[in-house]
Write a protein that binds this ligand. Structure first.
Ligand SMILES: *Cc1c(COP(=O)(O)O)cnc(C)c1O
Length: 418
C-alpha cells in the first residue's frame, strides 16, 4: 500500500481545478435541473475564506453526485464531471490500496453512511439471486453474528429478508462454529437456498474481527450459493493499516464488497460512507425508471453532495498512506498501554491489538466511573455486560492517565473492603 502525501497547495489546486470542470449555476445557462447554488444570503459566494477552503468551495458550488460514477470510463453526466472524477479516483484508491483490488475492477460510491452501504450490498445480492437463480425472496437469508451492527436487521426488515443470527463466544467474541452449523442447517431445512453473509472487519462494540477465511470456507463447503460482504464501517480505515497481513482484501475471491466509513476513523464529516463492490454487480440494482438521470441511478440515496467525496479524498491525500498508518498505529499503541495497566490491575477486558477499542467486563469498573468517562455499555435496555473505550484522537494520554488512576483507586478500595 502506498500513496504519496500531497501538500496543502497541491490539494487546493486539484480541487479548484476540478471545480473549473464543474458547471457553475452562477454564470452558466443551466435550464432543466432541479438544483442550483446554495442560498446566497446564508452561503454567500464572495466570502473571502472560500478561496482558501477547497472543501467549503465545493459545498457552495453544490455539485450533485447522484448515481454511481465508476460504471463507465466516460463521464455520463457533464454538469459536475470535475468532482465526479475525484470521487472515481477515491473509489479506485480505496479499492486498490486498502483492499488490494486488481486495477479498475471495482465500482462504488460515497454513501451517506455505513448503514446505507451495508443495505446497498444486501439489495445487490438479493436481486442477484433473484435474477440469476430465480430465487424467491423467502429463500434468501442474511447471516451475521450477534455482535454485528443493527444496520443488518434494519436492512433485513427493509428488504424483507430473514436473518440467521449466529452467537459468539462470550470471551473471544468469535463466531461459535457449532451455532453457525446448527442455524445454517436449520435454515436449509426451512427452505433457505441463498445466503448473504456479512463478515465484520471490526464490530462497533468490541473491535472483534470475524475469521473471514473460515466463514468463506464453511459456506463454500456447503455447496450453496452465497455472497460475502464485509462491514468495515468501523475498521475500514484502521485495520488495513495496522494489520498488514489482513485477509480482508479483494484477493480473497469470495469477498465481493466492502463498507468502509470515512466519518468514523478517518475524521471526515458525516455523510461519508463508502461502498465498494466488484464490477458486474451494481447493475443488479439499476433503477431503469430513473430516466431523467443521465447514467440512471444505482444507489439507495439518490442526490448527494459532492463535497462529501472531496472530503474523504482530501484527508487521504493530506496524510498519505504512511502518515495515516502512523496515526492509526499510534492509536493502537495508546490502547495497548491501557491494556497493560488493566492487566496489572487484574481487570478483564476484550481487545483486538489491531483496533483501538477496549471493552471492559462489567464488575471490574463502577457504573459511576464508567459514566464519568462516558464509556458506552453494550446494552442500555438490559444489564450491561461490557463497557467500551474507543481510543479516538481526542482521547488524550492525560485523560487516560486520570482514568487509570481512578480505576486503580477503585480496585484498591475494593481489595481493602474484602
Ligand atoms: C457505525 C457502523 C455502521 C453504521 O454506519 P453509519 O455510518 O452510522 O450508518 C455499520 N457497521 C458498523 C460496524 C459500524 O461501526
Amino acid at each position: 500500500m502506498y500513496w504519496k502525501k500531497l501538500t496543502q497547495n497541491e490539494i487546493k489546486e486539484t480541487i479548484f481545478s476540478a471545480l473549473t470542470k464543474n458547471s457553475n449555476y452562477r454564470d452558466e445557462i443551466i435550464f432543466g435541473v432541479p438544483g442550483t447554488f446554495l442560498d446566497s444570503e446564508q452561503f454567500y459566494p464572495d466570502a473571502p475564506f472560500l478561496k482558501d477552503s477547497p472543501y467549503l468551495s465545493v459545498l457552495v458550488n453544490n455539485p450533485n453526485h447522484i448515481g454511481c460514477h465508476t460504471l463507465s470510463d466516460e463521464p455520463v453526466e457533464e454538469l459536475f464531471a470535475g468532482t465526479h472524477e475525484i470521487e472515481k479516483d477515491l473509489i479506485k484508491l480505496c479499492a486498490e490500496q486498502l483492499f488490494k483490488a486488481e486495477t479498475n475492477s471495482v465500482d462504488g460510491y460515497v454513501a451517506p453512511g455505513g448503514t446505507e452501504a451495508n443495505i446497498q450490498a444486501m439489495w445487490v445480492y438479493r436481486n442477484y439471486f433473484v435474477k440469476e437463480f430465480g430465487a424467491k425472496i423467502d429463500e434468501i437469508a442474511l447471516v451475521y453474528s450477534q455482535d454485528s451492527h443493527y444496520s443488518m436487521p434494519k436492512g433485513g426488515n427493509i428488504l424483507n429478508l430473514q436473518s440467521v443470527i449466529v452467537e459468539v463466544e462470550e470471551e473471544t467474541r468469535s463466531i461459535k462454529q457449532s451455532d453457525l452449523e446448527t442455524k445454517v442447517n436449520q435454515a436449509l431445512t426451512n427452505g433457505i437456498k441463498y445466503f448473504i453473509v456479512i463478515a465484520n472487519m471490526s464490530t462497533t462494540m468490541f473491535g472483534s474481527v470475524d475469521d473471514v477465511d473460515h466463514l468463506a470456507a464453511y459456506f463454500d463447503s456447503l455447496n450453496v450459493e452465497f455472497k460475502l460482504h464485509v462491514d468495515g464501517a468501523y475498521g475500514g480505515f484502521i485495520y488495513p493499516f495496522t494489520n498488514l497481513n489482513s485477509h480482508y482484501t479483494f484477493q480473497n475471491k469470495h469477498i465481493t464488497s466492502f463498507t468502509c466509513d470515512g466519518h468514523k476513523m478517518l475524521q471526515t464529516p458525516y455523510g461519508t460512507g463508502l461502498f465498494l463492490i466488484r464490477k458486474g454487480f451494481m447493475e443488479y440494482v439499476c433503477t431503469d425508471e430513473a430516466q431523467y438521470i443521465p447514467g440512471k441511478d444505482y444507489t439507495i440515496c439518490g442526490s448527494r453532495s459532492g463535497a462529501n467525496a472531496i472530503s474523504i479524498w482530501m484527508v487521504l491525500m493530506t496524510h498519505g498512506s504512511a502518515g495515516w498508518q502512523y496515526k492509526m498505529e499510534s492509536l493502537c499503541d495508546r490502547a495497548s498501554r491501557i491494556c497493560n495497566k488493566l492487566d496489572e490491575l487484574g481487570i478483564k477486558y476484550f481487545h483486538n491489538p489491531f483496533i483501538n477499542i477496549i471493552t471492559i467486563k462489567n464488575g471490574y469498573i463502577s457504573r459511576q466511573l464508567a459514566e464519568k468517562y462516558h464509556l458506552v455499555a453494550d446494552s442500555y435496555e438490559f444489564e450491561a455486560k461490557w463497557w467500551k473505550i474507543v481510543v479516538m484522537p481526542h482521547v488524550k494520554q492525560g485523560y487516560i492517565d486520570s482514568f487509570l488512576q481512578e480505576i486503580e483507586a477503585e480496585r484498591k478500595a475494593l481489595t481493602i473492603d474484602q
